[in-house]
Design a protein around this ligand. Structure first.
Ligand code: ADP
Length: 438
């Protein structure tokens, strides 16, 4: 390439030089050499300007016409420019085709995808599903503020939390309350974020059906169970000594079934609840009640200590919090062999919240079980849980109660040396204990 450029340049130089030499010879023969040379130089300059004009014309007209066959520098320049233009055109065509393919793919997605500019939460682009699911209309909504365009969703605050925005599992679409959406914010760069909305109506409906089914079955089982349990209670083993072991087992099993149905009903009630009362829950009497329950369950087999280290109370549902805490206390007693110790404590949290913890010196739990403990019916050892009267639903109830109180459950455990279950409440669920309250 360099050689061809060099050759073309030398050819132009040689051509110009030759013209000047010929003009000088002709001028010398005619007796006016300088006038001839000046005229030749003028002609050369004119030709150069004309060639420059032609190049500019070609560039501004974006001409597709092929360049002539000349071999001089100008011709070479025109050919190079022509080739550059052709290559850029092919590249552009490819890019446009790629962009169209991406847009077609994004439009074919069943999920709504909205590209958002984060600083002003402006809509940059959205696909067709965003019209169906979120009601955005092109081009009117391009450049509009997303939070303002979707006022029904009240997501401006959520959007503002950017990278820390937790996905929203279920929210009604602005198009219809029956259309349920899950929202996820993907801040894939500093300049652009992606809002993805998925239609989860079917899932939510199925989840509702499952919840109703469990609640209805539990409810229906309750009456026959109460009747069976009642009759069993009326049978006196002393009158039927041969049946005594069987009666005791039947009573134990019917007690277990009643507990199971009660726990299932509690769970389905918790699941169908979105919000919770903001009642002041006095912790002093709560801790005293937990201590009594622990003593009653332990029957003197454990060393039980309660530490009330924070002049704080909680805000929430007294009955639900009591049910969660007493589940933890009951587990500690049931999974700690006699002679062990159980400590219940309430203290201020590092973030301004509060922590209620229950620690035992019992069997402990291996690390691989910890993440699954709050699943329904998940047990480390099914036989041990049944023996101790467990339903496998206790920690699921604890998790739901805490979720409703914006709190979480932290579990630390070492097999062989005991466990610590901590309910961590955020500052907005905590209030200073009123003087004189007990
Ligand atoms: P369960 O009714 O079986 O006790 P939970 O949901 O309360 O059901 O607990 C789930 C499982 O977690 C239990 O089966 C048991 O294996 C384990 N677990 C719970 N608490 C403790 C504890 N304090 N020490 C050891 N294991 C525990």
């Amino acid at each position: 390439m360099r050689d061809a450029d060099d050759a073309a340049w030398w050819r132009s130089l040689a051509g110009s030089g030759l013209l000047l030499v010929v003009a000088a010879i002709a001028g010398w023969l005619a007796g006016r050499p300088w006038a001839f040379v000046a005229m030749a130089a003028l002609a050369l300059a004119g030709w150069q300007l004309w060639s420059l004009w032609r190049v500019l014309q070609r560039l501004s007209a974006r001409s597709h016409a092929p360049v002539g066959h000349g071999r001089g520098g100008w011709q070479r320049l025109q050919r190079l420019l022509h080739r550059g233009q052709q290559e850029a055109r092919v590249r552009n065509r490819k890019l446009v085709a790629l962009l169209r393919a991406y847009r077609a793919a994004a439009d074919a997605l069943p999920d709504a995808v909205v590209v958002v500019e984060p600083s002003h939460q402006r809509i940059v682009w959205f696909n067709q599903a965003a019209t169906r699911l979120l009601g955005l209309v092109a081009p009117a909504d391009i450049d509009a503020a997303l939070g303002e365009r979707l006022p029904g969703l009240s997501i401006a605050h959520w959007l503002a939390s950017g990278r820390h925005a937790e996905p929203i599992a279920d929210i009604a679409s602005p198009m219809s309350p029956q259309l349920r959406l899950s929202l996820r914010l993907v801040p894939y760069s500093d300049e652009l974020w992606l809002l993805v909305a998925r239609d989860v109506s079917k899932l939510v409906r199925l989840e509702g059906m499952r919840r109703d089914f469990v609640a209805n079955v539990s409810h229906e089982l309750r009456t026959p169970l109460t009747v069976v349990h009642g009759y069993l209670e009326m049978l006196d083993p002393a009158e039927l000594p041969a049946w005594a072991p069987m009666l005791a087992e039947m009573q134990r099993q019917s007690q277990r079934m009643t507990q199971l149905v009660d726990d299932l009903l509690t769970l389905s009630r918790l699941e169908s609840q979105d919000t919770i009362a903001d009642d002041s829950v006095a912790m002093q009497p709560m801790l005293a009640a937990l201590r009594n329950e622990a003593h009653a369950l332990s029957q003197g087999r454990h060393d039980i200590i309660v530490e009330d280290a924070a002049p704080l109370d909680l805000l929430g549902s007294q009955q639900q919090l009591h049910s969660a805490f007493s589940n933890l206390v009951s587990n500690a007693v049931r999974y700690t062999p006699g002679g062990g110790s159980i400590r219940i404590g309430f203290e201020a949290g590092a973030d301004g919240g509060a922590v209620l913890w229950v620690r035992d010196s019992g069997r402990g739990i291996a690390a691989e079980h910890l993440p699954r403990l709050t699943e329904r019916f998940y047990r480390v050892s099914t036989s041990r849980s049944r023996e101790s009267g467990g339903t496998g639903l206790g920690l699921a109830i604890v998790k739901h109660v805490l979720q409703l109180h914006q709190a979480d459950l932290a579990i630390e455990s070492q097999p062989g040396s005991g466990s610590r279950f901590a309910c961590r409440f955020p500052p907005e669920r905590v209030q200073h204990r009123e003087p004189g309250s007990n």
